[in-house]
Ligand binder design. Structure first.
Ligand code: GRF
Length: 214
């Protein structure tokens, strides 16, 4: 059984997708938020999952917040720490502590559009495809080894909200898949890239017309 700790800051729909996937061999040990008002906390509690808040506003330095967060996380002995809409940048010490067992979902096809406002920037750039990426977290923001990506088309009449919604639907498919692969021991980091072994689902999902639906 693999213990997961999921870190959220808000809505928590990716966390919800992972919980609902009920992945064999995975136990969600806790959902931890840096914001007391995070809506996702109620969903987790309703599903019998331990919840906790480590409020970043109670800490005057990143180091102090990271240390408090790490001790809350470690109390659940996680095999995997899952960032699911966790909106704080974590310091190098925190990232190093969970090396190889810390993953994130980012709403763009990395390495395009790291950072914030990805949908707006994708529309401004006029890209034809956009998407989401699950990756291992490394010290450089939104830059770690890629596990799985999802591709969506950008429509001529898209605005930020419609594009975000299309991407989010795919996020809810790829994040549970990435966790499943991790739990099955199928995702290994080699030379800075993720090598998948014995997988039957493609490592890129999506819904671009003309491309095969996975
Ligand atoms: C998602 O788009 C995720 O990719 C990004 O933040 C958003 C969080 O949404 N990191 P939710 O809280 O999982 O609903």
């Amino acid at each position: 059984m693999k213990n997961l700790v999921i870190l959220i800051s808000g809505r928590g729909s990716n966390m919800e997708a992972i919980v609902r996937a009920a992945i064999p061999g995975v136990r969600i040990a806790a959902v931890i938020s840096n914001r007391p008002a995070a809506a996702g906390l109620a969903f987790a509690a309703d599903h019998g999952i331990a919840t906790e808040v480590v409020d970043h506003t109670a800490h005057c330095s990143r180091e102090s917040f990271d240390a408090a967060l790490a001790s809350a996380v470690d109390a659940h002995a996680p095999d995997l720490v899952v960032l699911a809409g966790f909106m704080r940048v974590l310091g190098d010490g925190f990232v190093a502590r969970y090396e190889g067992r810390l993953i994130n979902i980012h709403p763009s096809l990395l390495p395009s559009f790291p950072g914030l406002h990805t949908h707006r920037r994708a529309l401004e750039a006029g890209v034809r495809v956009h998407g989401a990426t699950v990756h291992f977290v490394t010290a450089k923001l939104d830059c770690g080894p890629i596990v799985i990506q999802a591709v969506v088309p950008v429509a001529a009449d898209d605005d930020e909200a419609s594009l975000a919604e299309r991407v989010l639907r795919e996020e809810h498919r790829i994040y549970p898949q990435a966790v499943r692969w991790f739990a099955e021991g199928r995702a290994a980091i080699e030379d800075g890239k993720v090598r998948l072994s014995g997988v039957t689902v493609p490592a890129v999902l999506g819904c671009v017309p003309g491309l095969e639906e996975a």
